[in-house]
Design a protein around this ligand. Structure first.
Ligand SMILES: NC(=O)c1ccc[n+]([C@@H]2O[C@H](COP(=O)([O-])OP(=O)(O)OC[C@H]3O[C@@H](n4cnc5c(N)ncnc54)[C@H](OP(=O)(O)O)[C@@H]3O)[C@@H](O)[C@H]2O)c1
Length: 316
């Protein structure tokens, strides 16, 4: 039997966990083995991970017993929830509770929890600078994750809290790419004013997570924020202009306008951008590019990411 330390990776068929599984498999030191967790071991993504050398195991975040089985014998676990699948902060909190309980029962030596800020620590619910959403939240997909940090602490799980950043892949998959304006000029739209947004190539999140597992105990109990760059809307638009070969401008809109856009979660994202804009010193301060590069020497810049990915950005 291999003496590699097993890292059980939730979300392994997705962006963050997939990046970690691939980083483990590509790591020449061979310190770790990747155990990829998915609900559907028959999917193409699961098959690709198995072909690349990962052990593929079935479990569901809603079924704590399945997580306990999947975490058994693991040295480390990467814990990910996908808010956008159900849009329910309460369900997300329950899934985190299941992850923390399973990690505790399995006796893992190191968990990484992919989290975000509980923005209510900056903007309490009675603060009307931004609307309260779903009765109890300012930025539902952030707040539930931040509040759930305590679950890992209460369970006594040796945890590193990983603060992630806005993926550049949102330009490809999340409808945030350049849209043609009424004057025929393309634009990207974010209510960020002239403030800079920490952002990252999704694949780099998993590579940073591998760096955290490699450092082990030194980062247990710590919060580690990661970003590839901190970019203003104008800087993102300029980089897109250079990469795509036509003008892309930055449209700054007020957060209340963004919240009213016609797509699911627009209010949540409008509040998120407003939080990032209005508390940019704290938000950026928590996400060091230098530390991210130390954890992951392959850390990409936006311009570098565009060279490889610009053809995937939908342009209509
Ligand atoms: N987009 C951004 O800019 C951004 C930035 C920071 C943080 N985030 C956060 O990232 C999270 C999503 O991560 P991602 O982008 O890596 O996900 P993704 O690419 O959309 O993939 C979702 C992953 O979650 C797994 N999953 C979902 N529900 C599950 C369940 N009930 N049981 C087991 N596995 C389940 C899926 O596995 P199977 O389908 O194979 O079972 C899949 O691997 C969200 O919570 C979001 O808030 C996003």
């Amino acid at each position: 039997m291999s003496d590699k330390k097993i890292i059980a990776v939730t979300g392994a068929t997705g962006a963050q966990g997939g990046g970690l599984a691939r980083a483990i498999l590509a790591d020449d030191s061979g310190e770790f083995a990747a155990r990829a967790i998915t609900r559907n071991v028959e999917s193409d993504k699961a098959a690709a991970l198995a072909d690349a050398g990962a052990e593929v195991v079935a479990a569901d975040l809603d079924d704590v017993a399945s997580l306990e089985r999947a975490f058994e014998g693991a040295h480390g676990v990467f814990c990910l929830t996908n808010f956008w699948e159900h849009f329910s902060p309460e369900k997300e909190a329950q899934q985190v509770a299941n992850l923390a309980q399973a990690a505790n029962n399995a006796g893992v030596e190191h968990a990484i929890w992919s989290t975000l800020e509980d923005t209510r620590n900056w903007v309490p619910l009675d603060d009307d600078r931004m609307p309260t959403l779903m009765d109890n939240y300012k930025v539902p997909h952030f707040d539930a994750k931040g509040a759930a940090n305590q679950t890992f602490i209460d369970q006594g799980v040796p945890t590193t809290f990983l603060l992630t950043s806005f993926y550049w892949e949102n330009l490809i998959h999340f409808g945030m790419g350049p849209q043609k304006g009424p004057d025929g000029v393309y634009g990207i739209t974010m209510p960020m004013g002239d403030k800079k947004l920490p952002s990252i190539a999704a694949e780099d999140i998993g590579r940073c997570a591998l760096g955290i597992f490699q450092r082990g105990e030194a980062l247990i109990g710590k919060t580690v924020g990661i970003a590839g760059e901190h970019l203003s809307g104008n800087e993102m638009a300029d980089a897109l202009t250079d990469a795509l070969g036509f003008e892309v401008r930055y449209n700054d809109v007020p957060p209340e306008v963004y919240r009213g856009f016609d797509f699911p979660g627009a209010d949540d994202l409008g509040n998120m951008f407003q939080f990032n804009r209005d508390f940019d010193t704290d938000f950026r301060g928590a996400r060091s590019i230098e530390q991210s590069r130390e954890l992951n020497p392959q850390l990409q810049t936006f311009a570098g990411w565009l060279v490889d990915n610009k053809d995937q950005i939908p342009i209509e």
